[in-house]
Design a protein around this ligand. Structure first.
Ligand code: HEM
Length: 112
């Protein structure tokens, strides 16, 4: 535990040079991207449409909620955050997420 949602947002904003846009983060989370693996078109495939609810992996293992208001451990470990952005963005988008996309997403999740 070495960070917080606010610190991560500030770091990704500094990298991208843009202020985080929570509405864009929401749209990104809900979108069907269709550029990654066919079985994972969207973040919602595993995390559900409500980040305050629990999700599940492709093999049915429970994933605790992504929203910090529902799960205080979220966005408090920078290595974990980068590991899962790396893996999940590659699955869903077929590429890494940009710093702006990360800032937008965390800003939206932190607002819930
Ligand atoms: C964890 C984002 C799609 C499965 C995470 C974390 C982030 C994240 C940031 C770690 C957060 C933290 O603990 O601080 C995203 C985004 C997605 C996406 C932005 C869409 C682009 C998916 C999909 C799956 C998935 C499609 C299933 C195939 C998981 C699992 C974990 C995780 C298993 C780790 C378990 C846990 O922390 O509870 N995701 N995710 N994610 N995600 Fe996703």
């Amino acid at each position: 535990q070495d960070t917080s949602p606010a610190k991560l947002i500030a770091g990704y904003e500094a990298q991208s040079g843009k202020a985080a846009d929570p509405a864009a983060g929401r749209a990104f989370y809900l979108a069907a991207h269709g550029t990654g693996k066919p079985e994972t078109p969207s973040c919602t495939t595993c995390h559900t449409k409500s980040p305050k609810a629990s999700g599940q992996t492709r093999v049915g293992k429970v994933i605790d909620p992504l929203a910090p208001s529902a799960n205080r451990a979220r966005f408090t470990d920078s290595a974990k955050v980068e590991k899962w952005f790396g893996r999940n963005c590659d699955s869903v988008l077929g590429r890494a997420c940009t710093a702006a996309e990360k800032a937008n997403l965390i800003a939206w999740l932190a607002s819930l």
